[in-house]
Design a protein around this ligand. Structure first.
Ligand code: ZN
Ligand code: ZN
Length: 468
């Protein structure tokens, strides 16, 4: 059998790995490349495989860098099933439609510009109809349920503790090329952190011959999760004293719910005063409704709050969810202090751009960064302290305070990743993906230091294949 890496190779986005075994082609994840617009557009369009030849797609979780190209697959002739956990299936209903909407809107904007210049209009990567078709092929599977995908190929999902519905893909393959010899392959997807609120901790895999694992923070140690509340409290109070607004750009999926969860717990403990909190993102509103449907994914304490105490950690007095554009615009005229949580998380598109444009030049305000900011994104520029940034093509001076709550990461750090690998008995080969090159290479060296042979470890290049 053979594995080829068609995305998230020496970078974070575009997760796509093709397994060829027993005459079948199974794509693990179908993520979109994000970040630098021109380059990611080209990489998304120029696939290194033919979607019509795929027999099946198996997903790790609902983030767009793992699922965002599914509608592009159906547009280009993919006819097989798309396998994922039940919560991932429900989340993708909203995530993929939202992604199609973003594609269509962006092209609309560019075409208006092209028309002025008299050049040919371009087409979106895919449309809402392509997304609807992809969604009709989804098939949900429970955690720990062992299912047969094809003759001699079985799948079991384990909890990855990263976002709602996130899973590690564990495959057992009776390899026909070697007379039916049993081989096991694990794809970690994105590995979460232990002790995060809401979700259960990531599970360990005790044995696998081959491992494909993420290395987003292969060379970084996180702050303790407990620090979140202290710093959050301090920043909120400081901004309230100035009468400013707090803008929190957050991924609609998971990060928004985590931020809301922490704010709720701070106000319940009386550590922050009651102040208006707005979740301004139609996608976040929809995604929060999926959380309410899947308490089976929650950890014990969230489950207790939700089920036994009938308290909803995602809904309380001063919290308003905003779907309507008019209500979103009305926030501009409201005086602070207030908190606005809005997408997108890397400040590349969505309503958060309007809030940034309106608030970034006022020194009373705070921009609170709570998520990973990929290279070349507006978020990365603001985070690294650029004094002037462009929003909707216009330059703005950054006068608002910029603060980072980096303890929020949904990815395990170096010690979590090391702990994960050390629980596996005798792996034969390990592939490091989903991390900028320096992260993957440093993590490889660290494993080498603790006794893993460097010959068995690889940081594959885009398009590289390995016989397993
Ligand atoms: Zn993810
Ligand atoms: Zn990811």
């Amino acid at each position: 059998m053979k594995i080829s890496f068609f995305g998230a190779a020496k970078e974070v986005t575009g997760s796509k790995h093709l397994l060829e075994a027993n005459g079948k082609k199974i794509l693990l994840d179908c993520g979109m490349f994000q970040g630098n617009r021109k380059e990611s557009k080209r990489k998304n369009e120029e696939l290194l495989f033919n979607p019509a030849e795929l027999d099946m797609i198996v997903l790790s979780h609902a983030h767009i860098d793992h699922t965002g190209l599914l509608p592009y697959m159906t547009k280009n002739g993919f006819k097989g099933q798309i396998i994922c956990t039940y919560a991932t299936k429900d989340l993708c209903q909203f995530m993929l439609q939202d992604s199609a909407y973003i594609q269509e809107r962006e092209v609309e904007f560019m075409n208006r510009h092209k028309q002025e210049l008299g050049s040919e209009p371009i087409e979106p990567l895919y449309s809402a109809e392509d997304a609807t078709e992809a969604l009709s092929m989804f098939h949900g599977v429970a955690y720990h349920e062992r299912i047969q995908l094809f003759p001699g190929i079985w799948l079991t999902y384990f909890d990855a503790g990263h976002i709602l519905g996130s899973a590690m893909i564990y495959l057992e393959i009776d390899d026909e090329e070697e007379g039916g010899k049993r081989k096991t392959l694990t794809f970690s997807g994105d590995i979460g952190r232990k002790g995060l609120p809401i979700l259960r901790d990531p599970e360990y895999i005790s044995e696998t011959d081959f491992l494909i694992m993420e290395t987003t923070y292969g060379n970084r140690f996180h702050k303790f999760v407990d620090d979140i509340d202290d710093k959050f409290e301090e920043l909120v109070k400081e901004t309230i004293a100035k009468g400013g607004k707090i803008i929190i750009p957050a991924f609609a999926l998971e990060r928004t719910q985590e931020v809301v969860y922490h704010l709720n717990s701070l106000r319940q403990q009386g550590r922050i005063p009651e102040l208006p909190i707005y979740v301004d993102s139609p996608l976040a509103v929809n995604v929060t409704s999926v959380f309410k449907k899947h308490p089976e994914c929650f950890d014990e304490s969230t489950n207790k709050e939700f089920i036994l105490n009938e308290k909803n950690p995602f809904g309380f007095g001063m919290l308003t969810y905003i779907k309507d554009v008019a209500d979103s615009k009305a926030l501009n005229d409201k005086k602070g202090p207030m908190i606005i949580i809005s997408a997108s998380g890397m400040m590349e598109h969505g309503r958060v751009l309007h809030h940034l444009r309106n608030n970034i030049e006022d020194e009373r305000n705070l921009i609170m960064v709570v998520g990973y900011q990929a290279e070349h994104t507006l978020g990365r520029k603001i985070l690294r302290g650029d004094p002037i940034v462009k929003i909707f093509g216009k330059e703005h001076r950054v006068r608002a305070k910029v603060a980072v709550l980096d303890a929020f990461s949904g990815h395990g750090d170096r010690s979590d990743l090391l702990d994960f690998v050390e629980h596996i008995k005798d792996p034969q080969k390990i592939f490091f993906v989903h991390g900028e090159e320096s992260q993957g290479l440093t993590f490889l060296n660290i494993l080498n230091e603790v006794g893993f042979d460097s010959d068995m470890m690889h940081t594959p290049n885009l398009g590289e294949s390995f016989q397993l």
